[in-house]
Design a protein around this ligand. Sequence first.
Ligand SMILES: Nc1nc2c(ncn2[C@@H]2O[C@H](COP(=O)(O)OP(=O)(O)OP(=O)(O)O)[C@@H](O)[C@H]2O)c(=O)[nH]1
Ligand SMILES: [Mg+2]
Length: 319
Amino acid sequence: MEFETIPTVPTADEILDRSFRRAASKMKLKRNKDRANEEFVRAVSQAIHDRLVKVMQSFPDFDSVPTFYRDIVDIMWGLSRVRKSLGSVGWAARWARTHGPGLAYQTRKSENPSRIRKRAVARLSSVVHQVGDDLKFLNEVRNVLRALPHVSDEFTVVVAGYPNVGKSSFIRLVSSATPEVASYPFTTKGIIVGHRMVERERVQFIDTPGVLDRPSSQRSGIERQALTAMVNLASVILVILDASEQCGYPLEEQFRLLHEIEETVTVPVLPVVNKSDIAYFDGYINMSTETGEGVSEVLENLLAFRKRSKEKGEEVPDQ
Ligand SMILES: Nc1nc2c(ncn2[C@@H]2O[C@H](COP(=O)(O)OP(=O)(O)OP(=O)(O)O)[C@@H](O)[C@H]2O)c(=O)[nH]1
Ligand SMILES: [Mg+2]
């Protein structure tokens, strides 16, 4: 995802320090020292403008990123707040570009150029400091964005179930390459994202630790919204149950979660009982990520959903 390339957003002081340094080093190259103050103001305002524009341009256009990311940004901070901060940074950049030359000119005209130069620099500094909180906030957004898992719009299996039932073990086992361990802003646990090629097409597996692992009555408002973002990603939801109850949760409770998920989502839900090496449960697909038993049956069932969703997509509507 493009978020990885967003550089750290500098603080107001860092922007100013670097801009002063750039202007000062430019001045050293100038032969004509008469207009040193004027040139300095011009160079500082240009440098401030350039740095602020760079900050703005390093963020993606939130209208064109995949829905999942837009959902996350909206849940975490509100899209409009992020846009407003980017807008403020844009305002400061334009201010530096528009007023910089005027301030530089005043410096030339003045009888005391050094004093006017100081005043000009103070005004530029105050404008940058006005957007100091926006810069700090954007850096916080950047830090969360760059740690998010890479997800794309391909066929996606979202793996749900109580803690310790074997969600991560399943994804590790079925992924063809080393799964990515990413973070998700709503949980302190690492998310496992894996991929597997099946008949020349990728299947994406996404873990949901701390999100889809409890009944909704136990979830906070933000977790419920997070759940929506997760469910929006899913082509199918694989709910893993642990009949051995070694996970620490009674099977009855686990079934309650399964039914709740079935009732709330519109995508297909596939329940599977894991840890069949310890306990078996009739009437369901059983698997063991430890011995590998039943895992290919689970994959076949998941892929049947892909086939079905494709057939649906290819159906020609009645004329
Ligand atoms: N016996 C047995 N143990 C298993 C099996 N699958 C997973 N486990 C064990 O169950 C424990 C939890 O497995 P994880 O894959 O971490 O479970 P999880 O659902 O990702 O757990 P959270 O990330 O905490 O939600 C680990 O100790 C695994 O070794 C299985 O098929 N059989
Ligand atoms: Mg896990």
